[in-house]
Design a protein around this ligand. Structure first.
Ligand SMILES: [Zn+2]
Length: 109
């Protein structure tokens, strides 16, 4: 991902509009690119500051907000991966179980 692409994803990220795939690529970029991380931090702090005026996030430490949001995003990406692995494994198991059932039926004849 280029910095330009990452910059275009900052607002969708804050609005929680990225797909899991986009989110994963975006997180990987901001963690490895200091200038995009800082850009995100500025936007996020601004956004969180506006939300605070509305009474949301009251009493929260502004500096930790982005880090908290990023760790929630990471958990979402990781959770999605785990789910995909689990789903893949359970499908393989289901096919294997079916094969065993068919084999036993055939052997019985
Ligand atoms: Zn960048």
């Amino acid at each position: 991902m280029t910095c330009k692409e990452a910059e275009q994803m900052i607002m969708p990220y804050i609005n929680d509009e990225l797909t899991d795939k986009e989110l994963e690529a975006f997180l990987a970029h901001v963690y490895s690119c200091k200038s995009c991380y800082e850009e995100l931090e500025i936007y996020y702090t601004l956004y969180a500051g506006l939300a605070q005026l509305d009474g949301e996030n009251e009493g929260q430490d502004m500096h930790n907000l982005l880090q908290e949001a990023l760790s929630v995003s990471e958990q979402r990406v990781r959770g999605r991966k785990l789910f995909n692995i689990y789903f893949g494994v359970s499908q393989v198991l289901a096919v294997a179980a079916l094969a065993v059932i068919i084999m036993t039926e055939i052997l019985r004849l």
